[in-house]
Design a protein around this ligand. Structure first.
Ligand code: NAP
Ligand code: GLV
Ligand code: GLV
Length: 444
């Protein structure tokens, strides 16, 4: 989350002097009767007005506690409150009084690993000490929880937020099994804290959040949920393809802003899909399902994967450069690995057509996000449709400011039926390992 809350002031020039001079904020926009100051990701707006607002809330995103502390230090002289960490919302609050005596409340969101408070009490859904213990890092559909309860004593995070690293570390020592999300980083530190852990069951197909080599060396099984989410994710990739190419989200915003004044010859012109070329980066399960849908649009299909594939439709394997140069729509479906991280950087993006549309439902870090933003700002590519980001859930303001991107909150597999099927599979995987049986999908 991020944003600007505007304050009314009777004295714009004093505001300018104070926020620029005393606090050292940069004047970001000067619109005459409205000034917006910026410092890092913090933005503060002031509009000319007779009645001063007495307080307001400003929400910013910071990458680290250090950054928050730096901001706080600047305001401390005039602060009326101490910074506080809210364990529930991961918010770092502080209060300050500005030069006109108005109190401002700041809410600074931080990344989970920067949190300081640990919620030590999780809900035990079915207390039964005779059962092995499973840590469920977030509530998943009921069918899966019921399945888990039959074998495990389920220690569940029932709060509407993910666990922090500190919380994971606190819970993991006693656990025999872990059912986690793609947002939970399961690294050496977490596994070292686990004394009894036998299985890490990821509620996702992608498992780049887990150090699988280390799990293997510790003899901890890692499982995932391939297949059951393939078609739903391919559907969503197509929703993005159509939305970004034909400017659907932008048009919706336009209508809601009351701007539609009748049919216009040059209104919201976009890119056709029929008869054009779809490039698939990573022709695996999802990539193949995305390609199959393209045959209905009469599209030519190119793909780049390390090995030759044989889908049941016509698709040509090309090298990455050809894929970039020839695709009208480029859709990313490779996993995030050491090899694919930053695979599409400034150089690669520059090879794409000016009319091209980039779709990413794979993983954010496969694309250099800064370079992509620049390409979109400079209209060196036509549009982008994104379900994933470099540092989820953080989305740079520059991306939010662009009209030619469609932004989704990582919902590729988010249909009722698919999330239930993923739950069944993730639960069954954990159960199988603990029972000494073969799970449906095991990575190591
Ligand atoms: P998959 O069947 O394993 O397909 C991935 C394909 O990528 C493979 O066929 C692989 O082919 C190719 N690949 C791997 N490394 C590559 C490289 N270095 N360069 C080019 N291609 C490469 O996996 P999937 O089930 O389709 O899922 C793909 C990914 O989608 C997941 O890993 C996950 O990150 C993402 N996903 C996102 C959502 C969402 O909600 N947005 C939902 C589900 C999945 P080769 O081995 O021949 O290279
Ligand atoms: C979702 O992104 C998944 O990997 O399942
Ligand atoms: C558009 O609505 C048309 O009739 O061409």
């Amino acid at each position: 989350m991020s944003g600007i809350i505007f304050f009314k002031t009777a004295n714009l020039s004093a505001a300018k002097e104070f926020y620029e001079g005393v606090l050292g904020m940069k004047l970001w926009k000067d619109q005459g009767k409205c000034l917006i100051f910026q410092q890092g990701s913090m933005k503060l707006g002031f509009c000319e007005g007779e009645v001063s607002e007495t307080s307001g809330t400003i929400t910013f995103v910071y990458d680290s506690a250090t950054e928050v502390d730096e901001r706080y230090a600047r305001f401390q002289k005039i602060a009326t409150g101490k910074p506080e960490y809210s364990e529930y919302y991961k918010i770092y609050h502080f209060w300050a009084k500005d030069f006109e005596g108005r109190s401002l409340e700041f809410q600074c969101f931080m990344q989970p690993e920067q949190q300081v408070k640990v919620n030590t009490s999780l809900d035990i859904l079915n207390p039964d000490k005779s059962k092995p213990k499973l840590l469920l890092t977030r509530m998943i559909p009921e069918n899966a929880v019921e399945k888990l309860k039959q074998l495990f004593e389920v220690h569940a995070n029932t709060a509407p937020r993910n666990l922090s690293k500190a919380e994971l570390l606190h819970q993991i020592p006693e656990m025999d099994a872990l059912l986690c999300l793609l947002g939970d980083t399961i690294d050496k530190q977490v596994m070292d804290a686990a004394q009894k852990l036998r299985v890490i069951s990821n509620y996702a197909v992608g498992y780049n959040n887990i150090d699988t080599d280390y799990a293997k060396s510790r003899n901890i099984a890692v499982c995932n949920t391939p297949g059951v989410l393939t078609e739903s994710t391919a559907d969503l990739a197509w929703a993005l393809i159509m939305a970004a190419s034909r400017r659907i989200a932008e048009s919706d915003r336009y209508v809601r802003r009351g701007k539609f004044e009748g049919w216009e010859p040059l209104l919201m012109l976009g890119q056709d899909l029929h008869q054009r070329t779809l490039g698939i980066l990573g022709l695996g399960r999802i990539g193949e399902a995305v390609g199959r849908r393209a045959t209905g649009f009469g599209m030519k299909i190119l793909y780049y994967s390390r090995t030759e594939k044989s889908p049941d439709y016509s698709a040509t394997k090309v090298d990455l450069e050809t894929l970039l140069r020839k695709s009208d729509i480029l859709s990313i479906h490779a996993p995030l690995t050491d090899e694919t991280k930053g695979l599409l950087g400034a150089r690669e993006l520059a090879m794409m057509k000016e009319t091209a549309v980039l779709i990413n439902t794979g993983r954010g870090p496969i694309v250099d996000e800064k370079a992509m933003i620049k390409a979109l700002q400079e209209k060196r590519i036509f549009a982008a449709g994104l379900d994933v980001y470099a540092q989820e859930p953080f989305i740079p303001q520059e991306l939010l400011d662009l009209e030619n991107v469609v932004l989704l909150p990582h919902i590729g597999s988010a249909s009722f039926a698919t999330r239930a099927a993923m739950g069944d599979m993730a639960a069954e995987n954990a159960i199988a390992i603990v029972k000494g049986k073969q799970p449906k999908s095991r990575i190591v």
